[in-house]
Design a protein around this ligand. Structure first.
Ligand code: INI
Length: 158
């Protein structure tokens, strides 16, 4: 029997790209800092001079799939992390943005073979989003952990 699973010990060799939406940047900046803290504490160089981490900013969550696709196609990254916040209370087209972002990200990941972590908060209120972005816990941390696991897992399969 073969047990296939991602590991967390060798994270320091992973190449990571983060794609962040500026919309609701009060929230997405906090997700980004949680994400960077986790990557840093797992040995990934997050300095501006780092050659193992790149960060791309997009206007909103709707644009996450396209830019993720361009980055994934370069072949430079083991894993991508998308970060966004879509808040129902302020967004009549909440469902459109979420549907397009989620389907787009999933399809880019399958098409390129590069794992892409779905780091979009979808909440009813800004308060709920902030609670998940650091006021209570910071899901950015979790997204980074999931990226390390998936980067390692996919490398062990390829
Ligand atoms: N983008 C978000 O990331 N979150 C939102 O809540 C949101 N709202 O409220 O509309 C949002 N809209 C912008 C959208 O993602 C695109 O950037 C825009 O439509 C241009 O294509």
């Amino acid at each position: 029997m073969v047990v296939i699973e991602g590991r967390f010990q060798n994270a320091s060799s992973l190449k990571v790209a983060i794609v962040v939406a500026r919309f609701n940047d009060l929230v997405t900046n906090k997700l980004l800092s949680g994400c960077l803290d986790c990557l840093n504490r797992h040995g990934i160089d997050i300095a501006e001079t780092s050659d193992q981490l790149d960060i791309a900013w997009v206007p909103g969550s709707f644009e996450l799939p396209l830019v993720s696709q361009s980055l994934a196609k370069t072949g430079r990254y083991d894993v991508l992390i998308t970060l966004g916040a879509v808040i129902r209370g302020d967004t009549p087209h909440f469902d459109v943005v979420i549907n397009e972002s989620s389907k787009g990200i999933a399809s880019v990941s399958r098409e390129t073979g590069v794992p892409i972590i779905f780091g979009l908060l979808t909440t009813d209120t800004m308060q709920q989003a902030l609670e998940r972005a650091g006021v209570k816990s910071n899901l950015g941390w979790n997204y980074a952990l999931q990226a390390i696991e998936m980067g390692s897992l996919m490398n062990s399969l390829n």
